[in-house]
Each structure stands twice: as structure tokens, then as C-alpha cells.
Design a protein around this ligand. Structure first.
Ligand code: C2E
Ligand code: MG
Ligand code: MG
Ligand code: MG
Length: 284
């Protein structure tokens, strides 16, 4: 009967829900343990100047290789960390790791800047400014070398508080970039109001260059707009020569993507930087 079918449907539905919920709770418990036992890693992806393809910076990206499950994508564990509060210890650890790595690179003669992703919950947490200051002091990295990647979600509520924090940190020399630009809240007036330095064009637009006229024209428009506002621009997710050429011909300043270099552990990055600088020397 219809009633039985409905009941079966409900049973199936709730079993599927339970499985989802169980998986989430399990992952959360595993993640908590991974943070405590320092099983997470930070990988670094080069940021290059488009014109020269020289590395000017790196982005720190959290990595989790679980002993049984294998690699768990940040797209999966970052939302769980954000929902559970684990993003606070996780983010603090990534920040420390990233700053101390960058300081080491500088001492080895590679003056790169480091970009660290900051979630809404971290930025809104009351100790955030102090965390940044103490971490930079402890790792002896100058404020100018830290770039915080925030998203448009921070411009929706508590704008006065957001502006206050960005102003204080900017005055100390920290830079701010808008990650995944073009995918979120679309009122652009905040670009005038907030002291941000860089727009990162979301990789979904870059992926469409060459086969989607809208994506190509959006990318061009964002580059032109960033210029008008005096902002730096980083194209994300550049995978092909054709995309690189497009960005170069439209005057995009900086880029990131598999075409230049994938996210990699510190030791690989060191090799990558050395080769990069050797090539620069032979070209000059
Ligand atoms: P995101 O900040 O936009 O980082 C860029 C993502 O694009 C990274 O994914 C990177 O591996 C990937 N990517 C870079 N170049 C290419 C390319 O050429 N092609 C493709 N297909 N992908 C490329 P990942 O590492 O999986 O991170 C996903 C997201 O998770 C990040 O997006 C970021 O929002 C978040 N995330 C990662 N680490 C952290 C962290 O330490 N803290 C916070 N709050 N979020 C993080
Ligand atoms: Mg990012
Ligand atoms: Mg991000
Ligand atoms: Mg992004």
C-alpha cells in the first residue's frame, strides 16, 4: 500500500541520514585526534608572477593523511572543522607552521610571502589579532610577509568589527586577500570600504577560459576592476598554457595552479625554489 511504501521510504531515508551523520561524527572524532597527535601536514603551493613565472609567494594548505582512510580532502574536513570548532586549533597550528616555514625559507635566501586561509570562525574569535601578533613574534616573521585569505562571507555581518580588525592588522603590515572572488556575496562596495590588497579569481572562472565566453569575459572584467581599485590579482587554478597566455595578455599580475606547481611538502618546495631561481639566473 501507499502507506507501506511511505514507511519504507522513510526507513530508507533515515538510514541514509544516519549513515551521513555517523560519517560526520566519526570524521570529527578522527580529526580531533589527528590534530592532537599532529597527524596533519601543511603543503605549500607556489604563487607566481605571470609575466616572469617567478615564485613570489606560497599558499599554505592543510593536508590530512589518515592511517586507515588515506588522504582526506580539505573540501571534506575543513567544513567539519568549521562546524565543530576544531578549526580554531587547526587554524592556529597551520598559521604557526606556515610562518615558521616561511621564516626558514627567508633565512635560506628565498624572500617569499605566505598566504594562510582564515575561516569565518577564526576571524570572529576574540583572540585573533593577538594570535597573529604572537605567532609572528614567536616565528620572527615580519608582518609584511603574511597574507590572510578571507572570503566575502566576512563582509555580510558585523561590518564595523571586520573593518576594525582589517585596519589594525593592515597597519601592522599584514595583507588581506579575498579568496574565491566572484563566487560569494556580490555587492562590490565593500572593496572600497575595506582595506584589502588582493583579489583571488576563483578557479571555476579560470577553468572556463578557452571554452566558455562568459568565464573569459568575467575574468577580464575582474582583472580590469582590480586595476581600477589598485588591487593585486591572483588567478587560481591555472592548469593550461592557454589559460596562462590569456592571463598574461590581459595583464593579470599573479597566478597559482598546477601549470606552475602543485601544493607540495616543504622539502619539495625547497627544491622547486632552488630550480626556479637557477632558471632566473640563466635567463638574466
Ligand atoms: P582555496 O583556499 O581556494 O585553495 C585553492 C585550492 O585549489 C586548493 O585545494 C588547491 O590544492 C587547489 N588547486 C590549486 N591549483 C589548482 C589547479 O590548477 N587545479 C585544481 N583543480 N585545483 C587547484 P585544497 O588544498 O583541496 O583546499 C580546498 C579548500 O580548503 C581551500 O580552497 C581552502 O578554502 C580550504 N583550506 C585548505 N587548507 C585550509 C586551512 O589551513 N584553513 C582553512 N580555513 N581552510 C583551508
Ligand atoms: Mg586560499
Ligand atoms: Mg580559501
Ligand atoms: Mg580559492
Amino acid at each position: 500500500s501507499a502507506k507501506d511504501a511511505g514507511r519504507d521510504h522513510f526507513k530508507f531515508f533515515s538510514r541514509a541520514m544516519n549513515a551521513k551523520l555517523m560519517e560526520r561524527l566519526e570524521l570529527e572524532a578522527e580529526l580531533r585526534q589527528a590534530i592532537e597527535q599532529q597527524q596533519l601536514m601543511v603543503y605549500y603551493q607556489p604563487v607566481v608572477e605571470v609575466k616572469t613565472q617567478q615564485v613570489v609567494g606560497i599558499e599554505a594548505l592543510a593536508r590530512w593523511n589518515h592511517p586507515q582512510m588515506g588522504w582526506v580532502s580539505p573540501e571534506k574536513f575543513i567544513p567539519i572543522a568549521e562546524a565543530s570548532g576544531l578549526i580554531l586549533p587547526l587554524g592556529e597550528w597551520v598559521l604557526k607552521e606556515a610562518c615558521s616555514t616561511t621564516r626558514q625559507l627567508q633565512q635560506l635566501g628565498h624572500p617569499v610571502r605566505v598566504a594562510v586561509n582564515v575561516s569565518y570562525q577564526q576571524f570572529r574569535h576574540k583572540g585573533f589579532i593577538e594570535l597573529i601578533n604572537t605567532t609572528l613574534a614567536q616565528t620572527q616573521l615580519a608582518h609584511e610577509y603574511l597574507e590572510l585569505e578571507i572570503t566575502e562571507s566576512l563582509f555580510i555581518d558585523e561590518q564595523a568589527q571586520t573593518q576594525y580588525m582589517i585596519d589594525i592588522l593592515s597597519q601592522l603590515g599584514v595583507r588581506f586577500s579575498i579568496d574565491d572572488f566572484g563566487t560569494g556575496y556580490s555587492a562590490l562596495s565593500y572593496l572600497r570600504r575595506f582595506n584589502v590588497h588582493t583579489l583571488k579569481i576563483d578557479r571555476s572562472f579560470i577553468g572556463g577560459i578557452g571554452n566558455n565566453a562568459n568565464d573569459a569575459s568575467l575574468t577580464r572584467t575582474i582583472i580590469a576592476m582590480a586595476k581600477n581599485f589598485g588591487l593585486d590579482i591572483i588567478a587560481e587554478g591555472v592548469e593550461e598554457q592557454e589559460q596562462h597566455a590569456f592571463l598574461q595578455s590581459h595583464g593579470c599580475g599573479y597566478a597559482q595552479g598546477y601549470f606552475y606547481g602543485k601544493p607540495m611538502p616543504y622539502n619539495d618546495l625547497l627544491d622547486f625554489l632552488q630550480v626556479d631561481e637557477m632558471e632566473a639566473q640563466t635567463e638574466n
